[in-house]
Ligand binder design. Structure first.
Ligand code: MLT
Length: 404
């Protein structure tokens, strides 16, 4: 008789965004005339810009010709893309990352869920609280998180680092020493970030304590302040303690075409074993490469035209962030984020719970956001709005919220 992976039974409820989608679908069914504005899931709304579309068209035509057709992509990604990444994302920022340290994938979500596989089950993870749910849930599935306490909404074997208005959303070094530290900067969901000096302290901490940092930099394109690092490898010593995850979803609008990459430096060694080799082995066994067509689009992101076009798109979303941020402030809300990230994090009014505010906003303003408590217990009493909607919808949503 087969047995299932019981760890899945430990997962409370369904995935946050599936939960929200179900709630919104039910509301929409009951209120078919409601003009719902969706500022919940951080999904882009602007079309992929012309340089990338052109590259995809060209690649599609290559696939139609026997002379240029491509089958399986190289496990780690095509060199044309990895070279562009090494040059433009790293060398240009003074980071010495070799293409053999870059692993192209179908997105940062998969990588952030999969990366835990190369670590032993008895590692202790530390996460910011609130946190992007994938880091915790993927460790639950792997049986690494212990027992869930319904009341505190915490796992017995997870170290939580609260990030709230009280500590300016800066995680403090935990009392217990973690083995694996997840950092997402600029942060999803709070939209806040750390300065490069603050990040350096985490790198020093990890090196000193023999911990590894899983650094999710999916939102780096949204950084507007000079004292914020775009890559953790801008910090001294990061190459011995940090794995960096990157995404093309948020900078180039690839949420629907899927492309990302992970950097595993060769200097990271655990008892002499190279994590780079382990990840290469894992990649080779479980992954057959991101599609050629999409990798060509990824390459186009680094062209002059691509860079100019994605900059404009990021600017468009950041203008929405400003509209939402200032609109909420004007309406008397306590608001955070939105300066180096496309997320605006607000304190719910009159101490409403995050889910009560979700229902209130959906019913009274027909605006969908994301309840802060869905990201962890310290998210309770907070709420997230995304800047990834259209400008018109961002303005309309704020008009409705102001009128409540
Ligand atoms: C979010 O809304 O937090 C993101 O869209 C999730 C993701 O990137 O997977």
């Amino acid at each position: 008789m087969y047995k299932i992976n019981d760890n899945y039974q430990k997962l409370p409820g369904s995935y946050l965004f599936s939960n929200i989608a179900k709630k919104v679908a039910a509301f929409s069914e009951q209120n078919p005339d409601a003009d719902i504005i969706r500022l919940g899931i951080g999904d882009v709304t602007q079309p992929i810009a012309p340089a990338m579309i052109e590259a995809m068209h060209k690649a599609v035509d290559e696939m139609a010709d026997a002379k240029t057709f491509r089958g399986y992509a190289p496990d780690l990604g095509y060199p044309f893309l990895r070279e562009a990444i090494a040059e433009k994302d790293y060398k240009a920022r003074g980071c010495d990352i070799d293409i053999s340290e870059i692993f192209v994938s179908d997105g940062a979500k998969s990588d952030s869920g999969n990366i835990q596989e190369i670590f032993a089950q008895d590692n202790r993870i530390a996460v910011c609280d609130p946190v992007y749910p994938v880091y915790v849930d993927s460790n639950v599935m792997a049986g690494r998180t212990g027992v869930y306490n319904e009341k505190t909404q915490m796992w017995s074997n997870v170290i939580y680092m609260p990030c709230t208005a009280e500590n300016n959303f800066v995680p403090e070094f935990p009392k217990e020493t973690p083995d694996i530290i997840y950092l997402c900067l600029p942060n999803n969901p709070t939209g806040t970030t750390l300065t490069k000096d603050q990040l350096q302290m985490w790198v020093d901490y990890a090196n000193k304590n023999g911990a590894i940092i899983i650094y999710d930099a999916a939102y780096e394109a949204y950084i507007s302040e000079d004292n914020v690092a775009h890559s953790i490898y801008e910090c001294e010593g990061a190459k011995t303690c940090a794995i960096e995850l990157r995404s093309f979803s948020k900078n180039a609008g690839f949420t629907g075409v899927r492309l990302g990459f992970t950097v595993v430096p060769k200097d990271i060694k655990c008892a002499g074993v190279s994590l780079n080799s382990m990840w290469a082995r894992r990649h080779g066994t479980k992954f057959n490469g991101a599609p050629y067509i999409v990798q060509r689009a990824g390459e186009a992101v680094y062209s002059d035209a691509g860079q100019a076009q994605i900059k404009e798109q990021v600017g468009y979303y950041m203008n929405n962030a400003k509209v939402i941020y200032t609109g909420l402030k004007d309406a008397g809300y306590q608001v955070f984020g939105g300066v180096n990230a496309p997320y605006i994090w607000l304190k719910t009014p009159e101490n409403m719970t995050s889910w009560d505010f979700f229902d209130f906003l959906l019913e009274k303003a027909n605006v969908v956001g994301t309840p802060g408590s869905g990201f962890g217990p310290s998210g309770e009493g907070y709420f997230r709005l995304t800047a990834f909607g259209s400008y018109e919808n961002s303005v309309r949503a704020l008009e409705r919220i102001k009128a409540l």
